[in-house]
Write a protein that binds this ligand. Structure first.
Ligand code: 3HC
Length: 702
């Protein structure tokens, strides 16, 4: 199959079968669109052809429009044109949906007169996740086929449904248990001689009652989505189906698509889509490196982190031993895990029998000897170098040969931990984010002596645990926490200079963060940072004073904010203002009102600057890796693409100018722009222009 001819046709049993083969995911490139249009014309022109069946090769049906074509001049035929031609055929057109039918892929299927899906197929309209809306009839055909409320939900959430659910909703006509193509052909032949069922012409779902149902759903969707232009456009377009002719609805959808796809918001979200996929590639791995098999895991430490990591293994079907130093600590930890599962059961997201299966995969043991049969051991014990070294020294003795030995440290030097063993090639970092069973990021820390196959194992296991593993190098705090520490330092300064915790959190909310730095600190517990500062001799006057006053965050009912019993809502607290004002007075600082834009720049630009240094040092392999880390580890707002992508939107020269100003204002020379940042700004380039090889050259000192 050549790339120029990704759609081939064959006459089988009087049916024209058009097969799409455009690996890896059968995206609708210009050549595929042209091939589909040619197939429709071929079916129309040949009197001996009774029906047309669309089938696809490989593991997906069609994953959607070719995202790499967005932003480039359009090449005809357009997708709506192709789908119109398929739908207009007077002969039955049936889609045989073998795998994912997403976005434009589902829209192609909706243009067919019937759809048969394989049991493993997934169907959905994920465009909202790319900052756009379905642009080839999804907002016009799907509501007419399954009802406006259900269509609006699918398109605005962007989550796919499985074949069974699709059948229940009426998206597909049937799920084929046996041979999919045979079932699709049989359906096509059965339809010969009947009037084609064109989704564009259906009206039975457009009634006053369904309109009311839609408006109720739309109100709930809009409320949840907040200020999301994709969702707003989806709702507007779906609403049109009730009183606007199909063609006019299509024109409105097209206009909205063109507007959204040209926006920075969609560019940012598309950047993240590709950055996430690229981040899974580990540079410098010898050809043929394979992951070691992992059938059993052990997690050391039954605290919140250890318990969460154990849940990840149990959820993925991998038996895991949780190891503690005492029976009491172990029981406490296992109980907490059970309670977390109970919450999911109560919410209805986990079946009771699945809860039992998962708990059944977790075994608790006292003593490191219990790690002997594990293929991978993840240490999540106390964050102190001495403790870690002791544990790894013992693991060296008890773990089986070839076991991967990982530390979940969030700051400490993994090279030093590896040196406590006689097998540093097996040692690396696997840094989970709290809560570990929820957060998708996994920083895989490649130490100096980590072997290629140990690294490949950690990345592969990360994927099996449904994480996004990003490989980084060793440095204090790795990528995420190292950059976070720059923001935390600014929070301290800004509080003393005149901002309140609510001002800071409001600025971050305005920037798009779901949770501000102070509320987040209270949630995580302010004592975590306090302990690290005490160990490293660092100071944070405000946070230290809060901790000294027993204000450790939500768990003590008070931190940056005050909390009512049993409620997580942060309330501003005059006691905190008093603490801050006293500290400011002691330092001779005259507090002032700080404009929100200044707050945002003070909080975000130093992080970008640190990201630049991280790239200079080669601790991250690509700017996009940093963006993915912030997206999945710290809920960075996807609509501005992660810190390094955002730098391009804010303008590198502006950031340089501001950082110089901040350095002068605060006397902190570390705020001066990194050399890389200055250089890119001077050259009129942005981080997105840097390739992996450019970054490698930087750290090699070239
Ligand atoms: N366009 C271009 N490339 C795509 C693509 C697309 N729609 N979907 C996936 N790819 C590429 C990936 O970038 C990756 O490339 P790489 O190997 O060079 O990194 C390769 O295909 C494989 O993708 P995954 O690694 O994601 O493979 P998985 O098996 O994990 O997942 C998938 C497969 C579920 C299909 C997933 O790729 C996916 O979700 N794709 C995007 C789906 C999507 O968003 N579709 C809507 C597109 S917009 C649209 O259709 C507009 C229309 O309404 C007009």
């Amino acid at each position: 199959m050549t790339a120029a001819n990704p759609v081939t046709t064959a006459r089988e049993d009087g049916i024209l079968v058009a097969r799409i083969a455009n690996p890896p995911v059968n995206a609708l490139s210009a050549a595929v669109r042209a091939g589909l249009l040619a197939a429709a014309r071929e079916a129309a022109a040949d009197a001996s052809v009774k029906a047309l069946v669309l089938a696809a090769e490989g593991r997906t049906f069609i994953a959607g429009a070719d995202i790499t074509e967005f932003g480039k001049p359009p090449v005809p035929p357009s997708l709506p044109e192709v789908i119109d031609a398929l739908e207009a055929l007077d002969k039955p057109v049936v889609a045989a949906i073998n795998g994912a039918a997403l976005g434009g892929g589902l829209e192609v299927a909706l243009g067919c007169h019937a759809r048969i899906a394989a049991p493993g197929a997934k169907l959905g309209l994920p465009e909202v996740k790319l900052g756009i809306l379905p642009g080839a009839g999804g907002t016009q055909r799907l509501p007419r086929l399954i009802g406006a409320a259900a269509a609006a939900r699918l398109a605005s959430e962007g989550e796919p449904v499985d074949a069974a659910k699709a059948a229940q909703l009426g998206i597909v006509d049937a799920v084929a248990e046996g041979d999919l193509l045979a079932a699709a052909k049989a359906k096509a032949l059965a339809l010969v001689g009947t009037a084609p069922r064109r989704a564009s012409a259906l009206t039975d779902k457009l009634t006053p009652a369904t309109r009311e149902e839609f408006e109720q759903a739309a109100a709930a969707i809009a409320k949840k989505a907040g200020d999301n232009p994709s969702v707003a456009a989806i709702l507007d377009c779906v609403r049109l189906t009730f009183d606007t002719p199909f063609a006019q609805g299509m024109a409105a959808e097209r206009e909205a698509f063109k507007r959204l796809v040209a926006d920075d918001r969609s560019k940012a979200m598309r950047h993240l889509f590709f950055a996430e996929r690229e981040s899974s590639r580990i540079p410098g791995q010898p050809k043929g490196t394979t992951a070691r098999p992992v059938a059993k895991a052990a997690v050391i430490g039954a605290g919140t982190m250890g318990g969460g990591i154990a849940m990840c293994f149990a959820n993925a079907g991998i038996p895991v031993t949780v190891i503690e130093t005492s029976e009491e600590g172990l029981q406490r930890g296992l109980e907490r895990v059970g309670q977390t599962y109970d919450i999911s059961v109560k919410r209805g997201s986990l079946k009771p029998e699945e809860r039992e299966r998962r708990m059944g995969r977790i075994t608790g043991k006292v003593g490191l000897e219990a790690a002997a049969d594990a293929d991978i051991v993840i240490e999540a014990a106390f964050e102190e170098m001495g403790v870690k070294k002791d544990i790894f020294g013992t693991l060296d003795r008890v773990a089986k040969p070839g076991a991967v030995l990982a530390t979940n440290t969030s700051y400490l030097n993994v090279d030093e931990i590896a040196a406590a063993t006689s097998r540093p090639g097996d040692v690396l970092g696997m840094h989970f984010f709290s809560p570990a069973n929820v957060m998708k990021l996994l920083e895989v820390v490649r130490a100096e002596k980590t072997s290629p196959d140990a690294l490949a194992t950690a990345v592969e296991i990360g994927r099996k645990l449904a994480k996004v593993p990003v490989t980084v190098g060793v440095c204090f705090g790795f990528v995420g926490n190292r950059m976070l520490s720059k923001r935390t330092a600014e929070v301290e300064r800004l509080l003393l200079e005149g901002a309140s915790p609510s001002d800071i959190d409001a600025a971050l909310a305005a920037f798009g963060f779901r949770m501000g730095a102070c509320a987040m600190g209270d949630l995580a517990g302010l004592d975590i940072g306090w302990r690290i500062r005490k160990a490293t001799g660092k100071k944070a006057p405000v946070a230290d004073a809060l901790c000294e006053a027993g204000r450790l965050g939500q768990k003590t009912g008070a931190g940056y904010y005050r909390y009512e019993k049993g409620d997580r809502t942060p309330h501003p607290d005059p006691a905190v203002t008093a603490i801050i004002e006293k500290l400011a007075a002691e330092r001779g600082i005259t507090r002032r009102a700080i404009p929100q834009q200044e707050l945002i720049e003070r909080l975000v630009f130093p992080m970008i600057n640190e990201g630049a240094r991280i790239l200079e040092e080669g601790v991250a392999y690509r700017p996009g890796d940093i963006d993915v880390i912030w997206l999945y580890g710290y809920n960075w707002p996807a609509q501005n693409g992660g810190p390094m992508f955002y730098a391009g939107l804010a303008g590198l020269p502006h950031i340089v100018e501001r950082l110089d100003r901040f350095a002068e204002q605060t006397g902190d020379e570390s705020l001066r722009p990194a050399a890389l940042l200055r250089r890119l700004a001077a050259e009129g380039r942005s981080f997105a222009d840097l390739k992996e090889s450019d970054v490698a050259a930087l750290s090699a000192g070239a």
